[in-house]
Write a protein that binds this ligand. Structure first.
Ligand SMILES: *Cc1c(COP(=O)(O)O)cnc(C)c1O
Length: 392
């Protein structure tokens, strides 16, 4: 294993990868810099986002939800309205376009719940690239619908049987594939995690969320929200949202999954309860035991059920620029139902964690204050989980 010193956020990040991948990461970094400085690339990306994915997504004033808390006005950035139902497509389209620019015709990805796999398979079908998705066999069983969607989109879903047959095992398998086929293959990582330059690349591609929302709030209210809230799994929707507000006097709040409670040990809150360690190629807060073994995680929402977090969030936590709170399974479920009945929107369970904290922060604020929440995805995928937890 070699350690690159580039791509640090505070002391976090880096590239802890096998030697064979270093040239590919360097190529990706150079290509990424060239692409974002090239108006031909950025206008092609913008065109795909507008004409295929459905950007810009609107902001919605959650009137009845705000009234229920008689505090600040709650506004929603509607990534649930993006094609495929979540923010993940922003990243997948951008990375697949970048792969095309690098002359790589084969795309690989890992997926846990299947959302990133579906977004990547979607982008590959639209752009005509081969797509291989690694997925733990246990996750394939739990997320059969997404496996079928990927097949419909022409992707090859490869079952992974090693370890617990879930996301981290699928990630290991994807890395192994990349090492073996690095020349013609691009690995699309699904969140702001992994070795440098991925956290910066994913931030750049998700930043469209925050840039749009900031401009939309200024148009609509003629001022910025006082507070911006987003859920944090690997941290891509949150960093995409926060990036536009880091230099403003705006309170930024990330929300991790407290699962069955931060003291239960059954959660997915590395920034709240973890300590720094290396996972999947970068140094960041990590849920680990005293011996450094990665701990099992739990969250009602598959998208937040990850023991690590993007390195930039670790730096933002330490500097205090962003506050990281946590919402439990039951908090998220309550916020889920509230948005359904009060606003006519069925939110993803991931986003419901952010909604819970946003409502709590709105509570004692003046009525002319605004709290902006990233509604990262729609909840259609979570209906069975909700029905299981609390039958209507
Ligand atoms: C995957 C997912 C998340 C978590 O991923 P981040 O990289 O932390 O954004 C959040 N919300 C939805 C709807 C997702 O699908």
């Amino acid at each position: 294993m070699s350690t690159a010193v580039s791509g640090r956020f505070g002391g976090y990040g880096g590239a802890y990868v096998p030697e064979t991948l270093v040239p590919a990461l360097e190529e990706l970094e150079a290509e990424m810099e060239g692409a974002f400085a090239d108006p031909a690339f950025t206008s092609e990306l913008d065109r795909w986002l507008a004409e295929f994915a459905g950007r810009p997504t609107p902001v919605t004033h959650a009137r009845r939800l705000s009234d229920a808390y008689s505090g600040a006005q709650i506004w929603l950035k509607r990534e649930d309205l993006l094609h495929t139902g979540a923010h993940k497509l922003n990243n997948a389209i951008g990375q697949v376009l970048l792969a095309q620019r690098m002359g790589k015709r084969r795309i690989i990805a890992e997926t846990g719940a299947g959302q990133h796999g579906v977004a990547t398979a979607t982008a590959c079908a639209a752009l005509g690239l081969e797509c291989v998705v690694y997925m733990g066999r246990e996750d394939m069983r739990r997320q059969a619908l997404n496996v079928y969607k990927m097949a419909l989109l022409g992707a090859d879903v490869v079952p992974v049987d090693s370890g617990s047959a879930t996301l981290k095992d699928a990630t290991n398998e994807a890395i192994r594939d990349w090492v073996a086929h690095v020349r013609g293959t691009h690995y699309v990582i699904g969140s702001a995690v992994g070795p440098h330059p991925y956290p910066s690349l994913v931030r750049r591609l998700q930043r469209v969320i925050g840039d749009e929302a900031r401009a939309q709030m200024l148009t609509r209210l003629r001022r910025l929200p006082s507070t911006v809230v987003a859920c944090v799994g690997g941290g891509s929707n949150a960093i995409g949202m926060f990036a536009a507000f880091l230099d403003d006097e705006v309170r930024l709040v990330g929300v991790e999954a407290a699962g069955r409670g931060l003291d239960s040990g059954e959660h997915a809150a590395p920034l709240s309860r973890g300590r720094p360690g290396v996972l999947h190629g970068s140094l960041s807060y990590l849920m680990q035991d005293a011996g450094g073994q990665v701990l099992a995680t739990h969250s009602i929402s598959a998208g937040l059920d990850y023991p690590g977090v993007g390195p930039e969030h670790s730096a933002l936590r330490d500097s205090g620029r962003v506050e990281y709170l946590a919402a439990s399974d039951t908090d998220a479920l309550a916020a889920f139902h509230q948005l359904c009945t009060l606003e006519g929107i069925i939110p993803a369970l991931e986003s419901s964690h952010a909604l819970h904290v946003a409502a709590a922060l709105a509570l004692n604020r003046p009525a002319d204050d605004a709290v902006l929440v990233c509604l990262s995805g729609r909840g259609d995928k979570d209906i069975d989980t909700v029905r299981e937890y609390d039958p209507a």
